[in-house]
Ligand binder design. Structure first.
Ligand SMILES: [Cu+2]
Length: 343
């Protein structure tokens, strides 16, 4: 509550601007905010009735300890679960690493050869040669060819990483705050969730929820996970409320700055259901290391059920009978939140 009070205080100094900053639930999953503003905190009731929507209103998905998180002793990139990520990992593993390895070994070989063959004892009279046209042409042309060979797939990959999402994409807007992430789903009624680090069992106050292994690794697990559908293009928008953050998810090959007053965009499609962990990757202050990102990728029907449970709406779907009845009340303030937050 203190944190919420401070944040509200600071918001008041900015006339009109971002009056609905998702300030309230900064530190705790408990809901001390009910009495405040029309926040529409999406801890919707239907969640409790659906076993799939058990954990903090998110689908319960088993964590594969080898995918979507760092693994002890592993070298290289995390296993990629998006087409762009697979392409980038291929380029790294089968083009860049072999080229740089060959160049390094070649230069090392030349150095060793020069040190042995042309040391003073073996070669007392130094050559006075200062030019050799053939060698100069070779050592100019070969690097040019190497760079062109790298550039061709590299430019295509760069383009793929920032290709605008197709029309039917689902939008996830990630908003960086000191020091947590909040998320909006503008294509699904604009509801919002807030994602905080789950502290270790020894570090929580009495009654506060602590991390368990089912939540994920230490410093990476969050209370409210981002839920996204598999096989559907995702349009990721990032922005921030205070300083520059960066939304980074290694298994998706995504790292995008979140800048106050500005919206950045990229897109990706998740191929594999699972739980994926990432972190803020822009030094954003004292607790920069404590604003992790957790994404649960599920099939589209499960995603749709989660959206409805959160008070959101699903495009193209006829409003479901029972849960939708509760939705409009929650959805309306959520929509004003989205528009007031602007960008
Ligand atoms: Cu940050």
């Amino acid at each position: 509550m203190l944190a919420a009070g401070l944040m509200l205080g600071s918001v008041a100094q900015l006339p009109g601007a971002q009056a609905q900053t998702p300030a309230a639930p900064a530190q705790s999953t408990a809901q001390p905010t009910a009495a405040q503003a029309p926040q529409a905190t999406p801890q919707a009731a239907p969640a409790a009735t659906d076993p799939l929507l058990a954990v903090d209103g998110g689908p319960a998905v088993a964590i594969d300890p080898k995918i979507g998180q760092p693994v002890d002793g592993r070298i290289g990139t995390q296993p990629q679960v998006t087409p762009t990520g697979e392409r980038a990992a291929w380029m790294h593993d089968y083009l860049l690493v072999p080229v740089i390895t060959a160049i390094s070994l070649f230069v090392l070989g030349l150095l060793v050869w020069v040190m042995l063959r042309y040391r003073r004892a073996a070669n007392p009279v130094a050559s006075k040669t200062s030019h050799n046209t053939l060698i100069e042409v070779i050592w100019t042309l070969v690097p040019v060819i190497i760079l062109v060979v790298i550039a061709v797939p590299s430019i295509g990959l760069l383009q793929a990483q920032f290709k605008p999402a197709p029309r039917e994409a689902i939008t996830l807007k990630a908003i960086g705050n000191q020091w947590y992430w909040s998320y909006q789903y503008p294509d699904n009624g604009g509801f919002e969730i807030t994602s905080n680090l789950l502290k270790e069992p020894g570090a929580v106050a009495a009654g506060e929820r602590a991390r368990t292994d089912a939540d994920g690794p230490p410093l990476l697990a969050t209370d409210n996970r981002v839920v996204l559908p598999v096989g559907v293009p995702i349009r990721l928008l990032t922005t921030a409320n205070d300083v520059i953050h960066a939304w980074a998810m290694p298994a998706f090959w995504v790292k995008l700055d979140a800048i106050p007053g500005r919206v950045n965009e990229t897109s990706f499609t998740i191929k594999k259901p699972g739980v994926y962990f990432g972190q803020c990757s822009e030094l954003c202050g004292a607790r920069h290391g404590y604003m992790p990102i957790t994404v649960v990728a599920v099939d589209k029907p499960t995603f749709d059920r989660w959206v409805v449970a959160k008070g959101g709406s699903v495009k193209g779907a006829a409003p479901a009978a029972a849960p939708a009845a509760a939705a409009p009340a929650a959805a309306a303030p959520a929509a004003t939140t989205a528009s007031a937050t602007g960008n």
